[in-house]
Write a protein that binds this ligand. Structure first.
Ligand code: GLN
Length: 558
């Protein structure tokens, strides 16, 4: 009988419920328990693929091509697993399938209602996760907070499921915030009491309350929360704000949550193995020389829009024992006048994915700066397209080269719509999505990074390198170093006469793990770590192997 852990939120959103769920996954994985994690999102969109990153942050992509909530990225990174489209259920998906069943006549004669039709559909999707081979425990996070109108069918579904499978097989965890009142210098529990009361009024009695706070939670306060929320004293778990999210699993472990969950659910009580994770935290805490990477994008005030990019850079910097300093650079602010001032102190430049013409010329300036000044550059998806446009304009001399996404009438469409995208009008779920194989050429930076002839990487795009320009670009020094195995689509390009300048049409950031940085991020950051900017002193012995590979120090070192 699989076990279920349902996680709800109280008081306010954005208190790190996704990281808490991912960390609970890690608590169980460290005990050798096989888990499946999922996010239940109450909004009416079918998926976040059509949402503005300002509203929803990054759109995560799974191996099987689902455009999913960014919390799935936390789950994958913490649990070290690849999830699928089944891991993200939205109200939009639930209603779409019920309505198409109704149109087919499946409910002939019946009136379709939230209970039982909607709740049954939600329950069956949760239970589908448990049917995956070998799954011992399903962790399901309900998005939003208790009291949201859209969330009610999901809460009702987990209430029914709990009742059906029995309390020995299911656990409710409620994640709340203890606000701090500055004038009286105290943490308040009242909002937590209220949100637990709301939960109980709909028949959900939490077993564990995780209390996020910016200040330490005293024993008296824990006692009070246990009493008012009617949970075990051991089940009140304080979770103080931390510098790095990767500490959260160890904090929850130290607070006894792993043991409490396994006891309550009768899961095997293996001793947890934290060796690798503790090593990670040690690396994070250790003082290290710093490294500045500029991320040139258009959602730079909102770092969640580039969440996986930030994490992948963090993993790679840890690998090289560097303290990562990311500078978020608004591409709309980059002009020929500002580019020198904004970019000259950076060790590396990254252009992430993006859509639409806003800020494109600034990104092209950043790519030009990186190429001409020999600063390591990594281009992700749109970042590859920018690299190609810049190279075509300034090396091949095709001054009006562009992507037809930004200039449909360009005389030199070096980036053009994928053949398979012609005639596609719907916006939702219709891009080239998910993992495709990529053949990597051995004598290239990509080949050396991967050390494998074929890899699988995740995509989310409609435009592509235009093969009509391939010969001319290659002759001018832009090497193609990865293609679809049949050779039809270019997936990786690199500038040959440069220490490290590479673009990939896919999103390697989705596959990076804290203890296993993605090879392209690893080598990009490795090259950046070898870059000395004017006035820098080498703080650590510079990696000789990397230096040998990049053919000497890049940057403005005399
Ligand atoms: N807008 C570009 C395309 O659709 C790049 C997409 C991306 O960066 N994810 O091809």
């Amino acid at each position: 009988m699989p076990k279920y852990i349902f996680v709800t939120g109280g008081v306010v959103s954005s208190v790190g419920k996704g990281v808490t769920v991912a960390s609970i996954g890690r608590l169980l994985k460290s005990r050798g328990i096989s888990i499946a994690a999922m996010k239940l999102d109450p909004y009416l969109n079918v998926d976040p693929g059509t949402m503005n990153p300002y509203q929803h942050g990054e759109c995560f992509v799974t191996e099987d091509g689902a455009e999913a909530d960014l919390d799935l990225g936390h789950y994958e990174r913490f649990i070290d697993t690849n999830l699928s489209r089944d891991s993200n259920v939205t109200t939009g998906q639930v209603y779409s399938s019920i309505i198409s069943n109704e149109r087919r006549g499946d409910y002939l004669g019946g009136t379709i209602q939230v209970i039982p039709h909607v709740t049954n559909e939600i329950k069956s999707r949760i239970q589908r996760m448990a049917q995956r081979a070998g799954t011992e425990t399903v962790i399901a996070e309900v998005g939003g907070v208790v009291g949201d109108i859209e969330g009610q069918p999901f809460l009702e579904a987990i209430r029914q499921l709990h009742r059906e499978i029995g309390s020995e097989n299911a656990l409710y965890i409620h994640v709340t915030l203890l606000p701090y009142i500055n004038s009286t210098q105290e943490l308040k529990t009242k909002p937590t009491q209220h949100s637990v009361r709301d939960l109980r009024s709909i028949g959900i009695h939490p077993d564990v309350v995780v209390c996020r706070s910016d200040y330490p939670v005293s024993d008296d306060l824990k006692e009070k929360i246990a009493l008012f929320c009617d949970v075990d004293r051991r089940a009140v778990i304080p979770l103080l704000t931390v510098d790095t999210i990767y500490e959260v699993p160890l904090i929850l472990e130290a607070a006894g949550l792993g043991d409490y969950i396994t006891e309550r659910l009768g899961l095997p009580s293996h001793r947890p193995n934290w060796g690798q994770w503790e090593g990670l935290i040690e690396r994070i805490r250790k003082p290290k020389p710093s490294l500045s990477i500029g991320v040139v994008g258009k959602y730079v005030e909102l770092h969640d829009a580039y969440l996986s990019v930030r994490e992948a850079l963090t993993h790679a910097a840890l690998f090289h024992d560097r303290e990562l300093n990311i500078e978020w650079i608004d591409s709309e602010q980059l002009t020929p006048e500002t580019v020198e001032r904004r970019l000259s102190h950076l060790n590396g430049i990254l252009v992430p994915g993006g859509f639409g013409p806003r800020g494109i010329e600034g990104k092209i300036l950043a790519a030009r700066f990186a190429r001409e000044r020999r600063v390591p550059y990594l281009g992700l998806c749109l970042g590859l397209q920018i690299l190609v446009i810049e190279f075509a304009r300034n090396v091949l001399g095709l001054t009006h080269a562009n992507s037809t996404e930004f200039d449909p009438l360009t005389p030199d469409p070096v980036i053009d719509l994928l053949e398979t995208q012609r005639g596609v009008n719907d916006k939702g779920g219709t891009m080239r999505l998910g993992a495709y194989p990529c053949r990597v050429f051995p004598n290239s930076r990509a080949g050396r990074a991967y050390g494998e002839a074929e890899v699988r990487e995740r995509h989310r795009h409609r435009w592509e390198f235009n093969n009509r320009y391939r010969d001319a670009l290659e002759a001018a020094g832009l090497a193609v170093s990865g293609t679809l195995p049949d050779g039809s689509l270019v997936e990786i390009v690199e500038v040959t006469d440069h220490p490290w300048m590479l673009g990939c049409q896919f999103h390697p950031e989705f596959k990076s793990r804290p203890t296993r940085p993605h090879p392209l991020f690893r080598d990009f950051v490795g090259a950046a770590a070898c870059t000395l900017r004017e006035g820098d002193q080498p703080a650590l012995p510079i990696e000789q192997n990397l230096l040998a590979e990049v053919g000497g120090l890049p940057g403005r070192v005399s």
